[in-house]
Write a protein that binds this ligand. Structure first.
Ligand SMILES: [Zn+2]
Length: 439
């Protein structure tokens, strides 16, 4: 029985295998047909099937945007985030940095809104206007200015129109310079024998504040002039940092001029004064809302540890018997470019005139007004309103200057300053400062 059953069973299995083979063959043929039809459908309607919606993101260092509203598939209204001070005053809305995703080949319209603000307690229509064209980049490294822009002053609104060439495109108020840029630069020169790096304190959020010293230590300090430089007190002013990088690269270069400068001068450099603001895509206030280029007449290590650390480093240098021949803080504005000198009795007027004249003779500084001495405060009689140069003059009568550089089309360059133009300015700046301290 067993063998018969087995034989029957084998016969049945053979038969069912044949049936199965036939079924499989017809099934495969049907599947191929089906796939073919599906592929045809996919090809016919592919834009509908594969197109991802356009998105806007800020999940990278320095990224910032306000409220986003989508008007239609290719039209967005984007608020400029803006920040106010510790009292909710002096709103400034001029930093935006964001990425548009999945918009290659699509004609985009982006309206930048929420622009009005306040400066030194006076209201304004905003620092973003038809003069301040946005910058775009296909790779977050190489930037070009976007000129297909329309400014509607009555709203106010800045309308951007463009068709991205790539699936990801970055847009920012000016070419960004982040903490990562500085870290890369300092890593590059870590072994340089004429560079010393120290941490002088921490920010509200715990980031380290750096002080760099560039000099040839084989020459005694007493034989050298001393120049202090301060970059990026305000986080939106990335141009200040690009110039700072240019200054540092020039001073550390393997050239005869740089070698002579290192032998005859000490450069003390605060390379990035608001790392928290730079990280979050801030404007001009620290994480507690304090303007880092006001408040130099008040002392609060909790609320503004950045100013406390920077002032302590500067005053400790002076109070231990060292000289400061020249001090400069570098800033950006929209359309103005100028040198501002210390307030006071005019003792530094001749120095200021020479500084301005020599710097103006270079290729990258085009003052829009003559050099002027600062007032004693930006808001007379109100505490917390002194800039670094006003505060240092009050404390130690230091020859502290401030330079503002425009971000719009530059009369000498013939175009808005690019990162490489800023670096060139940094190189010219340190040579000029060194020259005027020589005599
Ligand atoms: Zn500034």
């Amino acid at each position: 029985m067993k063998s018969v059953f087995t034989a029957e069973a084998q016969s049945f299995r053979k038969g069912s295998q044949r049936v199965l083979c036939v079924s499989l063959r017809s099934l495969c043929a049907s599947a191929v047909k089906c796939c073919f039809h599906l592929l045809t459908l996919l090809l016919l309607f592919s834009p509908l099937v594969v197109a991802k919606p356009i998105t806007i993101s800020t999940n990278f260092e320095g990224g910032a945007i306000g409220k986003i509203e989508q008007v239609n598939a290719t039209h967005f209204r984007c608020g400029v985030k803006g920040e106010s001070d510790q009292d909710g005053r002096n709103r400034q809305a001029n930093w935006y940095s964001f990425r548009v995703n999945d918009a290659r080949g699509k004609a985009l319209t982006i309206d930048m809104v929420d622009l009005p603000g306040e400066y030194n307690y006076r209201p304004n229509r905003g620092a973003v206007t038809g003069d301040t064209l946005p910058w775009i980049s296909d790779d977050n490294q190489h930037w070009r200015q976007l000129e297909t822009v329309e400014y509607q002053a009555d709203v106010p609104l800045l309308r951007l129109r463009f068709t991205p060439r790539t699936n990801r495109i970055w847009i920012a108020h000016v070419p960004p310079y982040t903490n990562q840029h500085l870290q890369r630069l300092l890593r590059e020169f870590r072994q340089h024998p004429n560079l010393q790096q120290e941490t002088i304190g921490k920010t509200v959020q715990g980031r380290e504040l750096q002080l760099l010293t560039i000099t040839d230590e084989r020459v005694p300090l007493a034989e050298k002039k001393v120049i202090w430089l301060m970059f990026r007190q305000h986080s939106w002013e990335a141009g200040s940092s690009w110039a700072g990088e240019g200054a540092i690269r020039f001073l550390l270069a393997n050239t005869p001029t740089a070698e002579i400068i290192r032998q005859t001068a000490v450069f003390k450099i605060l390379p990035l004064c608001d790392p928290d603001g730079v990280a979050r895509g801030g404007v001009r206030f620290n994480a507690n809302g304090f303007d880092l280029n006001r408040n130099w007449d008040v002392e609060d290590a909790q609320k503004m540890p950045e100013i406390t650390a920077q002032r302590k480093a500067i005053l400790a240098w002076v109070d231990s018997g060292n000289r400061i021949d020249l001090f400069l803080s570098l800033h950006n504005t929209e359309t103005a470019e100028y040198l501002e000198g210390p307030p006071g009795d005019g003792r530094y007027r001749v120095l200021m005139e020479r500084f301005s004249k020599l710097l103006s003779a270079g290729k990258t500084f085009a003052p829009t007004r003559p050099p002027q001495s600062a007032e004693t405060s930006t808001t007379l009689g109100k505490p917390g309103r002194m800039t670094v140069i006003q505060g240092l003059y009050k404390d130690r009568q230091l020859p502290a200057f401030l330079i503002e550089l425009m971000i719009t089309k530059h009369p000498k360059l013939g175009h808005p300053p690019m990162p490489e133009d800023r670096q060139q300015f940094g190189a010219e700046l340190v040579q000029t400062m060194w020259q005027i301290t020589r005599y």
